[in-house]
Design a protein around this ligand. Structure first.
Ligand code: FAD
Length: 549
């Protein structure tokens, strides 16, 4: 991808300083990324600033599912189920390597949330509304069939099961590929740049004061419109803009735990009851199974959200309650993550009852903020926001021709693939190359899900790396790729968000971290102090992933 090498940072900042933008987006999570792509593809001059790394907020901390909106059916939000279902199919089409079909098992348990007939009917309605393809449509199973699918389920209280369609993704990778695609359309997206102040002229926002977080320098960006897609930080910016009136955010914390797959060897993803009436997911992924999520009100430091022992016990108890012979303890937890849902406050509602709908707030000075929503709806949210911005640009200049939204047809970087079959065929080719390098073929699924066809560049880069250990050689080739194409500046950008090693392969994280930091030190010319700081950050993240207070 042209122009997204980490050493092109200075140039990008110079460009941001000297350009008059139509729109600048604050926040490089999935929402901001989607808006940047839509705006740039319509021909608007677009920039995006993200104060930490892309996807470092909520957009790397989700359950990593592209939902079909089943929970909305329970609340009779029919139009929403339809919209979310269609969206899901579109997002899968745009990146089939990164958004993959995942059959979710709903066990029907004596006295549980779901009865056999209501579940069958509900899922049938869901299939129709969400436009689920025939092969993915719901299936109902007897107790024996369900046990065959998932032998770990409790035989004594199991009454049957149902399978319905979900899609899984990697939220941070999805955000990154959207950012890269936006970049290819000319959006000037940058990480580690914080919007610190709005600039006003005659009570209208005309720009942003920014801080380059890595070196502490300040600069300004000129723009006609500012969109805040700052997720949990949306209200902070509205307060700065003196426009935090009416509706406000309510943050809730959600935690996921990761255990070795052999300690919780599920054959497939499962959505099951928790004693307090909620439901949680357990999803096998590579060498691990991850479990989540909690949902608790949160009003602490948004910049440092941690898993506590209480959070961990809640999830472990939930698993042990249904899967009695697992007996998972804190010692089984290999990793975890904790994130904040930026939801809209509603009087008298508990964390789980708050709506996940998105809302747009417009201030008198021209700040457009978007909050709420889900990963799944990022494209539609972006369309709404960019329609609004386009309308405003047109009001100011009626002669300006702005294209309509076309993101439903823009294949994300990493593609194209001829759907699921195309992905499978490519995975086969990747396995053959892995064999040539004497590498474990299980890397094929990881590489193709993470990078799609960009895996080819990584193999190319491997040829130039003189490292004997195959796993390390591959990791260093990935690092080389990310330095040249994915705008990384800190060890964790690579070890946590680009590769997911911190969550799903913590042993590899430990194995490669020192060499990754050494390579980055050389690439960027880090001072000894900066190198030490990086080492500390990486080691702290490792501790916080499983050592809870
Ligand atoms: P964020 O990802 O938080 O992005 C906002 C960004 O703004 C941050 O990166 C932040 O650093 C940046 N920022 C803030 N202030 C500034 C500033 N002044 N200058 C520059 N940058 C700034 N959705 C699904 O569809 N499927 C799921 O399975 C799912 N599971 C979830 C599970 C959990 C536990 C949680 C918490 C959420 C889940 N969601 C799920 C919801 C989904 O993850 C969020 O809706 C989505 O990630 C929000 O993205 P965002 O871009 O709005 O916010």
């Amino acid at each position: 991808m042209e122009g997204f090498a980490s050493n092109s940072r200075k140039e990008l900042i110079e460009k941001q300083k000297s350009t008059a933008y139509d729109v600048v987006i604050i926040g490089g999570g999935i929402t901001g990324a989607g808006i940047a792509l839509d705006a740039a593809a319509r021909g608007l001059k677009t920039a995006l600033v993200e104060k930490r790394d892309f996807a470092s907020g909520t957009s790397s901390k989700s359950t990593k599912l592209i939902h079909g909106g089943l929970r909305y059916l329970k609340q009779f939000e029919i139009a929403l189920v339809r919209e979310v279902g269609r969206e899901r199919a579109i997002v899968h089409r745009l990146a089939p390597h990164l958004v993959r079909s995942e059959r979710m098992l709903l066990p029907l348990i004596k006295g549980g949330t779901f009865g056999k007939y209501s579940t069958s009917l509900g899922l049938m309605v869901y299939d129709v509304l969400a436009g689920v393809e025939r092969v993915d449509q719901r299936k109902m199973y007897s107790k024996e069939e369900t046990l065959e699918k998932e032998p770990l389920l409790p035989e004594d209280i199991l009454e049957g099961g149902a399978i319905y369609a979900e899609y899984r993704t990697d939220d941070a990778r999805l955000t990154m590929e959207i950012i890269k695609t936006a970049r290819a359309f000319g959006a000037d997206c940058i990480n580690y740049v914080k919007a610190t102040e709005f600039i006003y002229k005659e009570d209208k926002i005309t720009g942003l004061k920014c801080e380059e977080v890595l070196d502490g320098t300040a600069y300004e960006i000129n723009t006609n419109w500012v969109v805040s897609a700052a997720g949990p930080w949306v209200d902070e910016l509205r307060t700065q803009n003196k426009s935090r009136h009416g509706k406000r955010l309510q943050l809730t914390k959600g935690v996921h735990l990761v255990v070795d797959h052999h300690r919780f060897p599920l054959r497939q993803a499962i959505y099951f009851d928790v004693p307090d009436g909620r439901m949680i997911f357990a999803i096998p992924r590579g060498k691990t199974t991850y479990i989540g999520t909690t949902d608790t009100l949160f009003d602490e430091d948004k910049n440092h959200v941690l898993t506590t022992r209480d959070d961990a016990h809640y999830l472990l108890d939930a698993v042990n309650h249904t899967f009695k012979d697992r007996k998972l303890t804190l010692d089984d937890v290999k990793s975890s993550w904790a994130g904040l849902r930026p939801l809209i406050y509603e009087e008298g509602k508990s964390a789980s009852e708050l709506s996940r709908k998105d809302e747009i707030f417009e201030s008198l000075t021209g700040l457009i903020s978007i909050a709420g929503g889900k990963l799944t709806g990022y494209r539609k949210m972006a369309e709404k926001v960019v329609n609004l911005v386009s309308q405003k640009v047109n009001q100011a200049n009626p002669k300006r021709k702005i294209k309509s939204c076309k993101t439903d047809k823009l294949v994300l970087s990493g593609g194209p693939f001829d759907g699921h079959k195309g992905v499978k065929a490519y995975e086969k080719e990747v396995k053959e190359i892995l064999n040539q390098y004497d590498l474990d073929i299980s890397y094929a699924h990881y590489l193709v899900s993470n990078y799609g066809r960009q895996t080819e560049y990584i193999f190319e880069l491997m040829k130039g790396i003189k490292e004997k250990d195959g796993d390390l050689k591959l990791a260093l080739a990935e690092l080389d790729y990310c330095l040249n194409h994915e705008f990384i500046f800190k060890g964790l950008d690579f070890l946590e968000r680009r590769t997911g090693k911190l969550y799903f392969d913590i042993d590899s994280f430990r194995k490669v971290k020192d060499q990754v930091l050494e390579t980055m030190k050389e690439y960027f010319g880090w001072s000894p102090e900066r190198f030490k700081q990086e080492q500390e950050e990486v080691n702290q993240a490792l501790q916080e992933a499983y050592n809870f207070k």
